[in-house]
Design a protein around this ligand. Structure first.
Ligand code: FE
Length: 237
């Protein structure tokens, strides 16, 4: 079986060329195309109600999102007992905050340290912890991210604008249908006086996937409460 042609690094770095020619630049990867085709058939045959699907999608797009994960991280930063529980039994600790359900049944939290940085990918498809992060970003599902995160994790992080101190080991965690990962980023320095909600403001979605770091807090009294992160280069479609 042959899948869609994967983009080379050069193609990812230069996407400004004319798209009149005939090659595979679909915004959907093979898995997404299959899912769409399957959905069309199921709806056409009356096995699936499109309105029910819309409710499901709306739930995960609007009501569930990375703010849930940010609150989990903030609590772990603020409460050592909760952090220990989170690292021991993430599914139960996260459920205690009300975040559970589909795609979150078997959670594992990976703690970043000065020595070790975790990066989450799903090389097979797009497994992602929905209850704490919502729906995955498009780049997470893209073939270039999925293949290169394993082959060249430092290069991938560099394209997200993230360079780690020399000597930091990068561990790539490959999600499966059985296990979903959430990265517990390191708590930024200078956040001692912040409460959980203020801490949660510092936690970005990407910092919980491992493609980013938490925001840095501003000096007290300054607005906004945190320093915006550089956007980083997004080479992934
Ligand atoms: Fe997957």
């Amino acid at each position: 079986m042959t899948g869609p042609r994967r983009h080379t690094t050069d193609e990812m770095q230069d996407h400004d060329h004319d798209h009149d020619h005939d090659h595979d630049h679909s915004h959907f990867d093979e898995m997404e195309l299959r899912v769409r085709a399957l959905r069309s058939v199921l709806v056409a045959k009356g096995h699936v109600d499109p309105a029910a699907l819309d409710v499901l999608i709306d739930t995960y797009e609007r009501q569930v999102g990375p703010r849930n994960g940010a609150r989990v991280v903030a609590r772990a930063w603020a409460d050592p007992a909760f952090k220990a529980w989170l690292l021991r039994d993430a599914t139960a600790a996260i459920a205690s905050m009300g975040y559970q359900g589909r795609q979150g049944e078997h959670m594992v939290v990976l703690e970043n340290t000065p020595q070790r940085h975790h990066l989450v990918v799903c090389t097979l498809c797009s497994c992602y912890p929905w209850p704490v992060l919502g729906l995955p970003p498009t780049w997470y599902k893209s073939a270039p991210y999925r293949s290169r995160a394993v082959r060249d994790p430092a290069g991938v992080l560099a394209e997200f604008g993230l360079s780690l101190p020399p000597g930091t080991q990068i561990h790539v965690a490959d999600s499966t249908a059985e296990v979903r990962y959430l990265v517990l980023p390191m708590r930024p320095a200078g956040t001692e006086g912040l409460d959980e909600e203020q801490l949660a403001d510092l936690v970005t979605r990407d910092s919980m996937i491992g493609t980013g770091l938490p925001r840095q807090p501003c000096a007290p009294g300054r607005s906004p409460a945190f320093v915006p992160q550089p956007a980083g280069r997004r080479a992934f479609p």
